[in-house]
Design a protein around this ligand. Sequence first.
Ligand code: ADP
Length: 419
Amino acid sequence: MRVLVINCGSSSFKYRLFEMETEATLAKGLVERIGAPGTTLKHQATGKDPYQAECKGSDHTAAMTAVLEVLTDPQWGVLKSVEEIAAVGHRIVHGGERFSRSVLVDEDVIQYIAALSELAPLHNPPHIMGIRACQRVLPGVPMAVVFDTAFHQEMPPEAFMYAIPYELYEKYGIRRYGFHGTSHKYVATRAAELMGRPLAELKIITCHLGNGSSVAAVKGGRSIDTSMGFTPLEGLVMGTRSGDIDPAVVPFLMNKEGLTAEQVINGLFNKQSGVLGVSGLSHDFRDLEDAAADPVKPHRRARLALEMFAYRLRKYIGAYFVAMGGLDALVFTAGIGENSYEMRARVCRGLECLGIILDGERNRVRGVEAEIGAPESRVRIFAIPTNEELLIARETADLIAGDSRAAASAAVRAKKTEF
Ligand code: ADP
């Protein structure tokens, strides 16, 4: 079975085509500048040269048509016909409270995702554009939606509620939702495989450290707490986001700087804060590590930013250790978690009291799957490259298989009732 995975934004989308029997990537690519002159398609079929071209037309449907053309192109493609695409899986950022798992797309699901746009204004509307475009160019092909929030929907109320008047939760859905669920689920599942133990028996802390960062407590295969909340602003220090901050700072800054709430939250706390804001140098951890380690003039604020990032994460690890009543594995993933052994070492320094002991040598790897804990570490420690697209493809394939099983048994039931 071949599954096409789409991660659609307002002016760009990424795609990846999987062969599910082997879980191999057949092709992947990116369309950028949709809606502007010079929409470009960058495509790469596994084992072939990369291909780049300008797309005709200027909307998501035209871009999706260009993707299907290149996927079936004799030189650059991997398919003889688009009919080989058995299903499409869409990544959706916000699934609200209704979706604790992936579902097949129907009009009701689309309307619900649209209604959630209030909670995810930058993400959910373009996701719908992607779904609609696929419906137009691949009519009749089943589609599934896989939500970033779904994995966290089994958090208990004491973890997801804010201590504000309960009516505000009921009226507006103000609660903690959590994000990066697909990534947390994928790496927790993979860690259990590497440990050779059932996920249902394990207590795992997964640290997704990328441009946006979050940490999750995964107990028995379920996320019981996570650091992002109502929006992806809460929690860890991030590249440009403040993470946890006293909300009283918002009106204080509005008064002092003559800013609107929108400017404080979106301008300052989302885009100019985090390690960028503290260091005044960069949001990229490579630049910060280099500057902090400068042998002539170490950058004091770069170092401070890195230490703040590590300290905040350490506090969450301690909290989740207690929330789960112990810990079997600690997992690092995403750009920083997979690549920065320097940051992994900073984070683990001071966690020895919890039985978390990194192995200096084994930790010196970038971008590969590795066990990096010392032999005497009570908690197993892993760096695991995330693969959200593969998880989306798996869940899509499972839903399609379940659907055809359900259809088959419905047919059997229908036959039985005929007599
Ligand atoms: P996104 O959240 O956009 O998917 P990624 O998971 O790709 O982001 O992470 C991007 C971040 O990873 C970059 O901002 C950079 O700070 C960090 N990163 C990538 N490679 C390295 C590296 N070798 N060392 C330190 N940080 C790295």
